[in-house]
Design a protein around this ligand. Structure first.
Ligand code: NAP
Length: 348
């Protein structure tokens, strides 16, 4: 990874990394600690906690919070989220490198315990963490799932892993559609990774540390509202990092956000009314330069185009958080779920 990439600071951010004790998780934890964040790593056993502290060595600063806790059930994940609220005042980001590899049987050869361990158990752990933490995040932070490319390409003999990982990619898409911009949800799709357990291998593989660097950049890239990012080669890691770092706050000037809204049959006037009611509040927001609603010429029933201009990405991010509670009201009037706005920045 080239040293020309900017050092990202996430000082004050509270990040939880379930699965952080694992081979990929280590790189994620190291990078968030290096970026200045407070990092909570839940682990299911005391033994694993002690081993992980040894693995981290001097990197285990007082901003590392190792918690022995079973976060893989709905109740367990909820308790962890409540505990973070009590101890740290909330949570900003989640990175979930939960789970490992499984192989050895074709699909029709598996038994019920394989199914429960390699599919149900892992999918349930991800679901438990997502449902406990996602509602607690705002647009400042990011929720990042980590999966392997077996989610995209079947691996004979490891079908349960492929199916479970593909489920997670669809989970990201569903959440992105349902959250409609209120939370930023990423998936990092990895090829084989160089880790503390597998340090040899093709030099073109990405390292656990590089996975962590991309997760940190996704957290910091407030203008990016969610992506599926392929990280299978050095070139893909470089490209992802450059694209995400180009979107960090303070690197751009004004931003223009555009969204299209297709009203439900007979609800166009109601939609216009909600948008009009919001106008004074939005126009009064710090950094708001323009808020306008447009219709296509000659189409009195068609979709509406909303354009907004803000002085900076920071101002736009604050705006997104301040109108997040209006999304259900708008969604009820729309024919299709609201999508995150497209952001433009000046190029000339
Ligand atoms: N390693 C690679 O080369 C590679 C390549 C491509 C993709 N990936 C993806 O990256 C993610 C992490 O992989 P990894 O290699 O870091 O795995 P890992 O070393 O096995 O670590 C996974 C962590 O997940 C936690 N976990 C929670 N529930 C689990 C369960 N039911 N079974 C196993 N672990 C469970 C464990 O933490 P606690 O025991 O501390 O709770 C464990 O430390 C996975 O989604 C994997 O598909 C890895």
């Amino acid at each position: 990874m080239h040293s020309s990439h900017a050092v990202t600071t996430l000082s004050g951010r509270r990040v939880v990394v379930p699965g952080g004790t694992g081979a990929v998780g280590e790189g994620v934890v190291r990078r968030y600690l290096a970026a200045g964040a407070d990092v909570v790593v839940p682990t299911r056993t005391q033994e694993r906690a002690e081993e992980f502290r040894r693995v981290l060595g001097d990197a285990a600063t007082d901003r590392l919070h190792l918690v022995v806790h079973d976060y893989t059930t709905f109740a367990g994940a909820e308790q962890l989220a409540e505990e973070m609220q009590r101890r740290l005042g909330g949570v900003d980001d989640v990175v979930a490198p939960i789970g490992g590899w499984w192989a050895g049987k074709r699909l029709w050869e598996i038994d019920e315990s394989d199914w429960r361990d390699a599919f149900v158990g892992l999918a349930a752990a991800h679901m438990a963490v997502l449902r406990a933490f996602l509602p607690r995040l705002n647009t400042r932070g990011a929720y990042t799932l980590i999966v392997g490319e077996s989610a995209l390409t079947p691996v004979p003999g490891s079908g349960l892993v492929s199916m479970e990982q593909a489920t997670l990619l669809m989970m990201r898409q569903v959440v992105e559609a349902e959250a409609a911009g209120a939370q930023r949800v990423f998936a990092l799709v990895l090829g084989p990774v160089r880790t503390r357990l597998v340090d040899s291998g093709d030099p073109d593989w990405v390292s656990a540390d590089q996975v962590g660097a991309v997760a940190v950049a996704a957290s910091a890239a407030a203008a990016v509202s969610g992506l599926e990012i392929r990280l299978r080669t050095q070139a893909e890691a470089e490209k992802a990092l450059a694209a995400l770092q180009g979107n960090q706050p303070g690197r751009t000037g004004a931003v223009v956000a555009t969204s299209t809204m297709e009203p439900k049959n007979g609800r166009r006037e109601d939609l216009l009314q909600v948008l009009a009611d919001l106008a004074p509040q939005i126009r009064a927001e710090e950094g708001c330069l323009d808020y306008s609603v447009h219709a296509a010429r000659g189409d009195a029933d068609g979709p509406l185009l909303i354009t907004q201009k803000f002085a900076s990405i920071e101002a736009f991010t604050r705006h997104s958080a301040s109108v997040a509670d209006q999304i259900p009201k708008l969604a009820a009037l729309l024919a299709t779920p609201p999508m995150p706005p497209t952001l433009f920045e000046p190029v000339l």
